[in-house]
Design a protein around this ligand. Sequence first.
Ligand SMILES: Nc1ncnc2c1ncn2[C@@H]1O[C@H](COP(=O)(O)OP(=O)(O)OP(=O)(O)O)[C@@H](O)[C@H]1O
Ligand SMILES: [Mg+2]
Length: 312
Amino acid sequence: MNSSAIAVTGLRKAYGDKAVLDGIDFEVAEGSVFALLGPNGAGKTTTVNILATLMKADAGSVRVAGHDVATATRQVRSAIGVTGQFAAVDELLSGRENLRLMADLRRVRPAASVVDGLLERFDLTESADRQASTYSGGMRRKLDLAMTLVGSPRIIFLDEPTTGLDPRSRRTMWDIVRGLVAEGTTIFLTTQYLEEADQLADRIAVLDQGRLVAEGTAEELKRQIPGTHVRLRFAGPDELDAAARLLPGAVRDDQELTLRVPSDGESRSLRALLDLLDEHLLGSREFSVHTPDLDDVFLALTGRVSTEVTAK
Ligand SMILES: Nc1ncnc2c1ncn2[C@@H]1O[C@H](COP(=O)(O)OP(=O)(O)OP(=O)(O)O)[C@@H](O)[C@H]1O
Ligand SMILES: [Mg+2]
């Protein structure tokens, strides 16, 4: 298919006799965000490395930007940018020097204005001339991503771009990704966070023990995961009784005086639920929304918790 930025079929990779990728297939449409979700050791970085021509596959076909990664390495490299799991920033250089180096390597002209533009965009202008070793983790991550953007690659690989970032930096990173997508860039990202995939991705694939156990939009994936619900706690058994009669789909816990009400967790349905309780003069003492996390996805998709959790 011509409109695919990335097309992977039958991809296999083993380290020694340990199969890490056991035949995976997926396609990423141009201008979209694709998230590869999986626990530690699932094979996410291995996949990125193969797609980004940094590692050879054992079998299968991988086309990136219309070129075969095995035979057209140079063409693929000129179309992509990669932000690895571990920052590629040179600690001894300043932010500006790191970017300048990248601009010179990629022969981007005029280098100085491209560098200034990126520093501005990533809010790094003020610290541009400080050695990168003095940057915080979040700043380093931003600089790393800025370096990836030198030369405006059409396809960008981000390997766990927000692991270790605080919530604010995570949001900044999400905004940057959204900005890139708005410009038509294709993004392939890996993450351990369902929420991140949910926020950013057009399509999500879940990798488990070398295979894709699910692929689809966030909505499609969530439909496979029972679990989003509202938890209401009441002041006494009478309120609980009355509320349970009002909400026949709910599961009650008499000991805890709680009701678990299945919900999509969206503000409209939450408001409707609260309005209904209000109408019947039933105030709940506690109200919380529970959404499934990655472990719930794994539990639902594979019938067991993720390997990492089992190992603990
Ligand atoms: N060079 C290597 N030699 C041998 N085994 C390796 C090598 N690189 C990775 N592995 C193994 O392959 C599996 C997948 O590793 P990979 O780094 O792709 O996982 P990941 O999904 O990126 O994990 P994480 O979330 O921890 O980054 C792991 O079991 C890892 O130990
Ligand atoms: Mg990894």
